[in-house]
Design a binder for this molecule. Structure first.
Ligand SMILES: Cc1ncc(C[n+]2csc(CCOP(=O)(O)OP(=O)(O)O)c2C)c(N)n1
Ligand SMILES: [Mg+2]
Length: 479
């Protein structure tokens, strides 16, 4: 290959005069002027073209022989007038260099993190952000507190054995509410499971949350999902996906459909740091970049995937850096700063919708609660670490300081809000608990238009078993 390059350099010098007359040097390539062979020998007819995705690129892979990759080398002239060699390669020109240079495994400095509010809730001087007026600010604060109270009470209800499972968003209230506030209702949400605040923001009532957690007749999923697997057609919110990262490719598909229908909307998908270890994360980012679809990938990097810390999960600088690798515009943001999250998602949405492009947002935060009610996180992480984030980095009190500083919130507002939400939620739980469960038959419907024989057989078997052991059958599920 070195020989071929040297020979082609000689050739280019000979042809320089002619080339300069023909080349505009402003990005116009000269496809067939100075072809060179590189990469592999054309002699081996069995070789396949490297990189299947390139095989349909004309002039690049010399099909049907597919023995080598043919590239076109052209001349260009830099600002100082010296001649350098560049390769006109699909995706843009690549400069040749004499020096053998490996890309470093990581940049010298970690990618910085955008924030608007400092730890005490003061605006950081020089910060640029999207203005939040009084009504919006109060609603954001109200919903952050509501989410926290909802988590506390449902968590207790699980501990009392009234619901089977629960999962809190403690510490991630700003991510939930501020990102939701920056979206439009037409935007399609594909959540993981730690984002009920997005649904709350969109108008899901405490009664609707309670109906789902208790799996009663008013639960939209008809009691067939575990608690916290909320979903709402009305609010453009896909049902929560617990198999990690499956929602990411779905979000790309949803965005592609929005693009084809020329809708003024995007899709947004939420996922944790753990989700980035799934193949679906990589496939989704790549598809989104190549298809140029309006999707926001919102990663809640909360440091832990159940008991796996991020240091056991990836070696690179978090998640944001991977956006660039896939050709996606990306930002890292302080996930405990509601104003920063709001501004970043607002800007991300603008770009996604108006330019038809994917955006990756990595929010740095911390999962203050246990992973779920099936977990005890003190077994694998220091209590000091949890307490530091719970107290010193709490997103709600930080944001409250800012809202209060503007004169938009008071102690009286605070106690009224807390007592109202508590009352409303306890009432919702009582109602939800008293309602019947969906009938047994619902277990077998809604997947197929006609219930197939194998499911009918299962239903019959179940009914026979219940007849044999009536005492073991829960009395609140109608037969
Ligand atoms: C495909 C798959 N693998 C494993 C699990 C078990 N699992 C449930 S939650 C979870 C951790 C996910 O962590 P992360 O994505 O960081 O979200 P977080 O819980 O921190 O919000 C795992 C491994 C699963 N649900 N699905
Ligand atoms: Mg996590």
């Amino acid at each position: 290959m070195a020989l071929r390059l040297a020979r082609s350099r000689l050739l280019t010098h000979i042809l320089r005069g002619k080339i300069e007359a023909l080349t505009t040097f402003d990005g116009v390539s000269l496809p067939n002027l100075i072809p060179i062979w590189f990469n592999s020998s054309p002699a081996n007819g069995n070789d396949t073209c490297r990189g299947g995705s390139l095989s349909n690129t004309r002039n690049f892979c010399s099909l049907p022989h597919a023995g080598s990759v043919q590239a076109n080398e052209i001349l260009t002239q830099d600002d100082k007038g010296s001649i350098s060699q560049v390769l006109d390669f699909p995706g843009g020109k690549v400069a040749f260099v004499a020096e053998m240079r490996f890309l470093a495994e990581s940049p010298k400095e970690r990618i910085s993190c955008y924030r608007v509010l400092d730890d005490s809730g003061q605006i950081v001087s020089g910060s640029r952000f999207k203005e939040v007026g009084k009504d919006l600010a109060r609603k954001m604060y109200t919903d952050m507190v509501t989410l926290q109270i909802m988590d506390t009470i449902f968590y207790e209800a699980q501990r009392q054995g009234r619901i089977s499972f629960y999962l809190t968003s403690f510490g991630e209230e700003a991510i939930n509410i501020a990102s939701a506030a920056a979206l439009s209702l037409d935007d399609v949400v594909l959540p993981q499971y730690r984002e009920p605040g997005v649904l709350l923001w969109r108008g899901f009532t405490l009664q609707e949350f309670a109906n789902q957690c208790f799996g009663n007749t008013l639960d939209y999923g008809k009691g067939r999902q575990m608690p916290i697997h909320y979903g709402s057609n009305r609010l453009n919110y896909f049902t929560v996906s617990s198999p990690i990262a499956t929602q990411l490719p779905h979000a790309v598909g949803a965005a592609y459909s929005l693009k084809m229908d020329k809708k003024n909307a995007c899709s947004i998908t939420y996922f944790g740091d753990g989700g980035t270890s799934e193949g679906d994360f990589h496939a989704a980012l790549n598809f989104a970049a190549v298809l140029e679809v309006p999707v926001i990938f919102f990663c809640r990097n909360n440091g832990w995937a159940i008991s796996t810390p991020i240091t056991d999960q990836f070696k690179c600088d978090g998640v944001v850096i991977r956006g660039q690798a896939y050709g996606i515009r990306s930002i890292r943001v302080d996930g405990n700063d509601a104003l920063a999250v709001y501004s970043a998602v607002h800007a991300a949405r603008e770009m996604a919708v108006s330019e038809g492009r994917p955006i990756l947002v990595e929010a740095l935060t911390y999962r203050v609660g246990h992973h779920s009610t099936s977990d005890d996180s003190t077994k694998y992480r220091p209590i000091d670490e949890i307490e530091h984030w719970r107290i010193a980095r709490d997103p709600i009190s930080r944001y409250r300081n800012w809202v209060e500083g503007n004169g938009w919130w008071s102690d009286a507002d605070e106690s009224e809000l807390r007592s109202n939400v508590r009352k409303e939620l306890l009432q919702a739980i009582q109602v939800a608990e008293r309602l019947h469960k969906p009938p047994l038959r619902d277990l077998f419907t809604d997947v197929y238009d006609q219930v197939p024989n194998n499911l009918r057989d299962q239903e019959n078997l179940l009914r026979q078993t219940i007849k044999k052991h009536p005492a073991d059958y829960p009395s609140d599920i109608p037969l």
